[in-house]
Design a protein around this ligand. Sequence first.
Ligand code: HEC
Ligand code: HEC
Length: 276
Amino acid sequence: MMIRRSWLGIAAVMMGLGACSKTPDAPPAPSGPPRFELASSDPVKHGERLSKVLGCSGCHAADLTGQDWSDDMGTLWTANLTQSAAKYSHDELAAMITAGKRADRALIDMPSYLFSGLNPEDVDSMVAYLKTLKPQGSVHPEPSMGPELLAMQAKGEWMDSAARVADMKDKGPPDLGADHAFGRFIVRATCVECHGIDLTGGKGPMAEGGNAPPDLRIVASYDPQDFTALMRTGKTTSGREVGAMSEFAQRRYASFTDSEIGAVRDYLVELARHDP
Ligand code: HEC
Ligand code: HEC
């Protein structure tokens, strides 16, 4: 419980709720597998919030009708989720999200390895949200993989989404104990996508442009207010922007709850301390 106090305690004092002597040290760590905080008791609203935090609405477009994701390796569209939600059952959609597969084939470049460890209730909420969407726009063409990608797949240098889920199943950022399970869980489901499974920085195409996602131990150098401001607004308290991260923060992490931001920060600060 010590570590949570470091952030939540400061926040409480700042908010003038300084009667700490009366409150227990920190709420007990929730038992059972971690899940996102229920900021709303309405599962549909909870699912909508998660679809922002987890970047569904980044890749699948703000209205979730999908976009052209093709590159020189092949043709690929992020699916039109308003159409998919109408076509597939609840369980089929949950399997696509968490296992990267449809009944007829594995998905491509859908980062289900991030979502395979989500709590089933969170997945249910996201599917419930998708099921409220009115089908609109067209169903996009099926993907086609170019020869280079097929060759990479044959050599094991590239994996479809289902294979990636299996490959990454037991991998994740360092486990820093029960007090940090919540923060680690959030980071594993989202920051890992760009900052790498071990959080030492992005190594994919994003790293080539000189604005590589850095090692997330950098968060230890932020004071709590600055980190919260970055997550909520994309800018630090002094108004500094941090490239593409500013946009991702606005689009995704503005929807984090205070305790989610606190848990992410505490985990990353402890990571820097524990394993500099
Ligand atoms: C990094 C980009 C990216 C993110 C983030 C992402 N997706 Fe996808 N998703 C894709 C791509 C690309 C496909 C198309 C895969 C294919 O056709 O093989 C896809 C396919 C899907 C499908 C299959 C639909 C169908 O009809 O075949 C579902 C369902 C889905 N995504 C849901 C989600 C949800 C829910 C989230 C957030 C939790 C999410 N996606 C986040 C890129 C992404
Ligand atoms: C979609 C990709 C993406 C995701 C997801 C993502 N980041 Fe980033 N992040 C970046 C990129 C790219 C940069 C480098 C930006 C630059 O320097 O131009 C960055 C930079 C940062 C920085 C460094 C800012 C500085 O001072 O230089 C912090 C802190 C950060 N990210 C925190 C996070 C946290 C915490 C999460 C998860 C809650 C996260 N990021 C998720 C792409 C991402």
